[in-house]
Design a protein around this ligand. Structure first.
Ligand code: HGY
Ligand code: MN
Ligand code: MN
Length: 420
């Protein structure tokens, strides 16, 4: 690979300014961001990103599930591009940085290459993946999953929110139902920069996480059905109380998580009670379970224990139970040469670093199935994310972007000093 120029750097204040401007779209009173997938606010964020990329000289491609690819041409445009990026959609009580940091760090790489007048051999592209969070349309990372061939396009477009609106309908409504095929094209590598969303880097005083792996996940939807009845005249022993059953399953989920330490995570995050009336015994409860672990065999054991517990609790409380696993991916090992490129970026920039396993899921977990992939983490304050107080610092943001620039250039094989 050609030698890199000595003045290779990014513009940290421009990156921070872009992050703060994007955070205005869906800004919440507590300083967070609510920009749910395929809402008008998501459209506004996408439009702003597209405008910035066009101003940076990129061409824009949108595929049929709304993934956006902003492309900076390389000297040899026939070469497979080096891709970076992440997602712009947020959780309902999300922060300014989850996903957005990786998208705008990718844009800053493009802007910096323009400033430095560098022409890479291979094109460089920045991706915005549709619906990474999975909060409105389950499962999460469904669009990068379609890109990686994990799900077929019709499955992805048919994902519906709780009001029955599908991704396909909402993509058309906001004008991001592209016509480019989803995936199936060669890439040289994919690098995703992201906040850690946990406490390790900050606690250890490290600036960069060299992400070697990501833990596996299993998502479930469970419905317990009993019988609505009057809260007054119905004796306790005659009740078929769906919420009592759900409460016991929530406790069992937590117990399974605690049993498989270190490493296991177990969460019930969404619950709907029917009819949700103060003086009616709940007849039906719908809720979700999110299991994670870095070891696939343990994840499988947690799966078996959950199924057994739901069956036992339903029988004990005289309820009908339905349990469906709607999402699963095994723990991911990121590709060695890409991880090494991130490591060399750390060496060249001199930032402190440590290897990490990602606790969160990322689009990189699916893209890794079709392209050599690695991730760059930066710390977030108190390790808090998926919360309006989510925060990082301009210094950490700039440091991660610098490392990303080096890793991208290593794979895009820069020819030093060539002007565009
Ligand atoms: O759930 C996750 O890990 C990610 O935020 N989609
Ligand atoms: Mn994310
Ligand atoms: Mn997230």
């Amino acid at each position: 690979m050609d030698t890199l120029p000595p003045n290779l750097t990014i513009n940290g204040s421009r990156l921070w300014q872009s992050l703060m401007e994007m955070a205005q779209i869906g800004a919440t009173p507590k300083g967070g961001v609510c920009r749910i997938a395929l809402t008008d606010l998501d459209k506004q964020g996408r439009d702003l990103f597209v405008r910035w990329c066009r101003e940076a000289g990129c061409t824009i491609t949108i595929d049929r599930i709304g993934n956006i690819f902003a492309r900076r041409a390389g000297r040899d445009d026939s070469l497979a591009p080096v891709l970076t990026g992440s997602h712009l959609d947020t959780q309902p009580t999300g922060g300014k940085f989850d996903g957005v940091y990786g998208v705008l760090a990718g844009l800053e790489v493009i802007r910096s290459l323009n400033d430095l007048n560098y022409e890479t051999d291979a094109p460089v592209e920045v991706a915005v993946w549709t619906n990474e969070e999975g909060t409105r349309f389950a499962p999460s990372m469904v669009a990068s999953g379609v890109f990686a061939g994990e799900f077929d396009l019709d499955y992805g477009l048919s994902r519906a929110d709780l009001d029955g609106k599908t991704m396909g309908e909402e993509l058309a409504r906001i004008g991001y139902a592209g016509d480019a095929p989803v995936g199936g094209r060669p890439l040289t590598a994919y690098f995703e920069a992201h906040i850690e969303q946990g406490p390790i880097l900050e606690a250890e005083g490290k600036t960069i996480g060299v992400v070697t792996d990501a833990q596996g996940q299993r998502w479930y939807e469970i419905t317990l059905t009993g019988q609505e009845a009057h809260a007054g005249p119905t004796p306790m022993e005659r009740r078929k109380d769906a919420l009592l059953g759900a409460a016991r399953v929530v406790e069992a989920v937590n117990r399974i998580g605690l049993k498989h330490q270190p490493g296991a995570c177990a969460t019930v995050g969404l619950m709907q009670i029917h009819p949700n009336s103060r003086n009616v015994i709940p007849g039906r409860v719908f809720f979700t379970v999110d299991f994670r672990h870095p070891d696939d065999a343990v994840l499988a054991a947690m799966d078996a224990e959950l199924r057994a517990e739901v069956a036992r609790i339903a029988a004990d409380t005289k309820l009908e139970s339905e349990l469906e696993q709607i999402f699963y991916y095994a723990p991911v090992r990121f590709e060695e040469s890409c991880v090494a490129a991130v490591r060399r970026g750390v060496e060249r920039t001199g930032h402190s670093a440590r290897d990490m396993v990602s606790g969160a899921g990322h689009d990189a977990c699916y893209v890794a199935k079709v392209t050599p992939t690695a991730m760059v983490f930066i710390p977030c304050v108190d390790g808090i994310s998926h919360n309006e107080i989510e925060h990082t610092t301009p210094e950490w943001a700039a440091a991660g972007c610098e490392v990303l620039l080096h890793a991208v250039l290593e794979k895009a094989s820069v020819s030093a000093g060539s002007s565009r």
